[in-house]
Design a protein around this ligand. Sequence first.
Ligand SMILES: [Zn+2]
Length: 299
Amino acid sequence: MQISMQILFTAKLRERTEFDTLLRSYGVNQTQLPKGPPAQFAKEIEFLDYDIMLPNNSAIFDELPDKLNALGVKSITRSYSFSFEESDYEQSPLFNLLGTGNSPDAFLEDHGAEFELEIVCDHCKLHKKHLNSPLVIDTSGLAYRHMVFVDRQFLVISEQMAELLEEWKITGYDLKPVTHYGDQEERQPAYQLIPTRVLPALSKETPDLEVLGMRKCPVCNLRGNVKYPLHYNSYDLHQSIQDFNVTREYFVNGNTLTRLPLISSSFRKLVIEYGITPDIRSGEETGELDWRFEPVATV
Ligand SMILES: [Zn+2]
């Protein structure tokens, strides 16, 4: 597993030498040329997109934005990028499920479930959302999707998935029917899947990263930092994994604090073998029905 830092910015092509000199002073060779337009249009290209990948903890990551600002660059995006090896996918006992399709249909919104907000930080209004009623969602898409995320924190599965979970003797979950929102003729049976196993605490080796572009909350120390990629002590996991689990820790998701759903490697293998999703690895493009998993690291 490798953490890299990425800086993106756009510069005027005619000022390229200035930017390249600055980057070279940091040991970065930026050789990327504008992509796309054929040579005869080269005169019309005015801007150049820079996409710089750096090793984690590079001093340049903090210094470069100021220098770029001084050269007149207004918009600079900084982010972390995580890449996982073949061996991480083969050996990891648990996977973070990031999504079940590169499509808005895989991320639905609740349309009126009753819930209670537990304010965790008065200063930045970070809260936990406790459901007091079934989720209210448009279930029509569950006719061809096995699982969707609701409000980016709740999992909902189709009837067919519920049957498969039973057939495969999957552990660590409860099901709760959801309420259909919209045209009743489009209604599909669907269930909120609630993981029941809370994992032990993350290993102290889990990196504590600054969330770039997010204002830090001086009171709760939660907003503005993230512990990722997830690391667990093998010994702690040995006895406690089920097929569906959640992290003990809460993560910032908009203004909500949520636990991450972590799925066993055997369940991941089953959904791949059964053809529900192809085996998508880090850095690969995902299609509309492709599930995206990231392995946890064990130490
Ligand atoms: Zn706060």
